[in-house]
Design a protein around this ligand. Structure first.
Ligand code: GLN
Ligand code: ZN
Length: 756
């Protein structure tokens, strides 16, 4: 009989408490350090993690959670799914791995996409008839041994075979990666065998793909695979982890499989608890109850977690305590936040705190609540304090929301708006514009760093930014663009900039979370009712507008994107929180209008990111997402032109929502897909201004006039010229002027040619 799990976390951050891995990676990539140096940093990070998890008292410590870049890429390499073009580079193992992650001079990297509905991005494996799965890399076994030498028994974590193939893309059209499942399962069997011989008692196979809708064939594949893996004679006990939502019918399939444990997410979807109660076949299994939220940063209500876990007692051989998912999605440690408001701090729990919560709950469940009375009491006090805190509930905001009427999120008919805007803006056909940001130059970054370091004062900083705005306006006039922007030099980040100015948000110093590879983000914490104490952007936009006769477009971030890229309060529906953010933006839009700004863009690049994994929940989400955008943008006169901007490659699931946003002009990423999105928009009757990107800003390449003219021609074939705008795919802040200036000149020239 396998030993009990007791308490565990499904995974852990790996970038380092002070982003040590980021620095080591970037230094290695830049050729400033050797592979051995990088490996040494990695080893230290891994070992520190194992040690701290073991010392904290977890019943079972996850292993193999370290990655140099991405766990899906690791899985591809483990099982030999390295596409020919990378293998042929003739590089060493680590450099081949980085070539897949980042590309080289010769080959582009693998495609990257979002890991379910998180802000983490994984590399998409390419699987084709040529792929030969085998156990090609034994890192998982080596790291198990490495931990054991330190005296820590770990439970190696691997992406499960179904999720791996479901996230892969076919290397050639018409091929289904799932056709390779049997061969891949052979390779997993071999790995499980080796882990067993190395002494691993448990292994964790992650199958988050089960939180999304799956076909009967896919569920059969799950059933067969776990039957096969379970029937293996010499193997560790298998814990299959389903997270990011309700596992649906996959739970029944796994319950029937001869495996020893299932880890479930009991935070995301309340339906999961009922599903467990209705599932037979769990009585011989360990059930890891994921009651501690693995991806949000609120301190757990330990009493409530206990109640949830206790209701499951009896349904399984063992009920253990776990996190809902890997802790990869939260920062390391609240104690590294000396500047956070002390009261807010007591409401938070990052990875280190979550480990302690899990341990305490595990003990409470096994030994009784008394043994962790101090922890329970402290958590209760924090939960009560947060619920009652003044700064969480703002009665003025609440009253304002109560008094909203349906008309507040409706504008006049488009025809009327269009007529008024024509008069006010007087634009040529095919107007040219940009998405908002201009390159963040070294000078701009230096000025921001100097302000932070106290080397320059606010006034000096602001003057430098005003100078930068002046340069950006002059450049746009020189190029001959029609609707100008101020360039966003004063913004560190399109969400953080606003979060810093809004009541209800807090910013961290060190709350970094891996986004992809060495890239980390520091999401603001939305803890309370949101209110805008004063205008946030008006000064910059008005300054820019004073410098030109051309219309300057105000630039704001939309409510959905504000939520998607923050840690959001969990004590009220997201729809309510979005509504509060929308009101703050609405005030800003109106103030911009009052300051003489005639066009305002409200960016919603994250509209698709919060889309629920299950189709049946999507309508409800899109309804509040659209409503919040409309509330933010409907407070202005007909003559004020509302723009929005969206960027991601697939729009299929949100195409109706884009129409429903009711923006006057929508700029949208389209260069790489060669204007495909226009046909989709036409199909649903979209009849507003549209600016399909003609310039892919993701690469440093400067497209020439002809190339953009061709794209414009393609766009003109799909959309009448009087609705068409000309703009790049996205903001320009990550590019250099050396690329941006010629590209924009070419773009303006392409528009001039097209007009003729
Ligand atoms: N206005 C923003 C910019 O130009 C939009 C960025 C985005 O879409 N991610 O930078
Ligand atoms: Zn964009």
């Amino acid at each position: 009989m396998t030993s009990k799990i007791g308490s565990t976390v499904l995974g852990h951050p790996r970038i380092g408490p002070n982003r040590e891995l980021k620095r080591a990676l970037e230094s290695y990539w830049a050729g400033r350090s050797a592979e051995a140096d990088l490996r040494e940093v990695a080893r230290t990070l891994r070992q520190d993690t194992w040690r701290s998890l073991a010392e904290a008292g977890l019943g079972s410590v996850p292993g193999n959670t370290f990655s140099y870049y991405d766990q899906v890429l690791d899985t591809a390499v483990t099982f030999g799914a390295v596409p020919r073009r990378y293998a042929d580079l003739g590089l060493g193992a680590l450099d081949t791995y980085f070539a897949m992650a980042r590309g080289t001079e010769q080959v582009p990297p693998l495609e990257m996409t979002k890991w379910f509905d998180t802000n983490y991005h994984y590399l998409v494996p390419e699987i084709g008839p040529e792929t030969r799965f085998s156990l090609a890399d034994r890192t998982a076994v080596e790291q198990f041994r490495e931990a054991r030498e330190l005296g820590v028994e770990t439970r190696p974590v691997l992406v499960g075979p179904l999720t791996f193939l479901l996230l892969s893309k076919p290397a050639e059209e018409g091929f289904d990666p799932l056709d390779k499942l049997a061969e891949l399962t052979d390779a997993y069997e071999q790995l499980l065998g080796e882990l067993h011989r190395a002494g691993a008692e448990w292994v964790q196979l992650d199958e988050p793909a089960m939180a999304a809708d799956r076909t009967p064939q896919e569920l059969d594949a799950l059933r067969n695979t776990y039957r096969r893996l379970g029937d293996l004679a010499e193997r560790p006990a298998i814990l299959t982890a389903c997270y990011f939502g309700d596992p649906g019918e996959a739970l029944g399939a796994l319950a029937a499989a001869p495996i020893e444990g299932i880890a479930l997410d009991l935070v995301t979807d309340p339906a999961t608890q009922d599903r467990i109660a209705a599932t037979t076949g769990l009585s011989d299994k360990a059930l890891v109850a994921g009651v501690v939220d693995g991806r949000n940063i609120w301190r757990a209500d330990l009493d409530r977690c206990m109640t949830t876990a206790a209701t499951l007692l009896g349904s399984a051989r063992e009920v253990a305590i776990g996190t809902s998912c890997s802790l990869l999605h939260v920062p390391y440690d609240v104690d590294a936040e000396p500047n956070l408001d002390p009261q807010v701090t007591t409401w938070l729990s990052f990875a280190a705190q979550k480990v302690r919560e899990v341990v305490a709950l595990g003990r409470a469940l096994r030994e009784g609540r008394d043994v962790v009375d101090a922890e329970l009491t402290e958590a209760r006090a924090a939960v009560t304090d947060r619920a009652a805190a003044d700064r969480v509930r703002n009665n003025r905001v609440r009253a304002r929301i109560d008094s909203l009427r349906p008309g507040d999120s409706r504008r006049a008919d488009y025809a009327e708006r269009q007529a008024a805007q024509r008069k006010s803006l007087r634009l040529p056909p095919l107007p040219t514009t940009t998405i908002g940001s201009f390159p963040q130059t070294t000078d701009v970054r230096k000025a921001r760093a100097a302000l932070r370091g106290g080397r320059i004062d606010q006034a000096t900083y602001r003057q430098r930014m005003r100078d930068e705005v002046e340069r950006v306006i002059a450049l746009q006039e020189d190029i001959g663009l029609d609707v100008l922007v101020h360039g966003e030099p004063e913004r560190n980040d399109m969400v953080q900039y606003f979060a810093e100015q809004l009541d209800g948000f807090a910013a961290t110093d060190n709350g970094w979370v891996q986004s992809y590879g060495s890239r980390c983000v520091r999401p603001p914490i939305l803890f309370g009712d949101v209110q805008r104490p004063e205008p946030m952007t008006v000064e910059w936009a008005a300054h820019a507008q004073r410098l030109t006769d051309k219309p300057v477009k105000g630039m704001l971030t939309g409510p959905v994107t504000m939520l998607a890229w923050s840690f959001v309060r969990d004590d009220q529906p997201q729809a309510d929180t979005a509504c509060q953010v929308a009101l703050a933006i609405r005030d800003e839009v109106r103030d911009l209008e009052a300051a003489g700004i005639r066009a305002v863009q409200v960016d919603e690049p994250a509209l698709r990111e919060l889309l629920p994994l299950r189709a049946e929940q999507r309508q409800a989400y899109l309804k509040w997402a659209v409503e919040s955008f409309r509330l933010a943008t409907s407070g202005v006169s007909d003559a004020t032109q509302i723009h929005t901007h969206l960027c991601y490659s697939e729009f299929g699931d949100v195409i109706d929502a884009i129409v429903a946003l009711d923006a006057d002009v929508t700029s949208i990423e389209a260069a790489r897909s060669r204007m495909e999105v226009l046909a989709d928009l036409n199909a649903v009757g979209f009849d507003r201004g549209v600016g399909p990107g003609v310039y892919d800003i993701h690469s440093p390449r400067v497209p020439d006039t002809q190339e953009m003219a061709d794209l414009l021609k393609a766009a003109g074939a799909a959309v009448p010229a009087d609705r068409l705008w000309v703009n790049p795919d996205c903001g320009l802040k990550t590019r250099d002027y050396a690329q941006v200036e010629p590209a924009l000149r070419n773009m303006a020239e392409a528009a001039r040619q097209a007009r003729g």
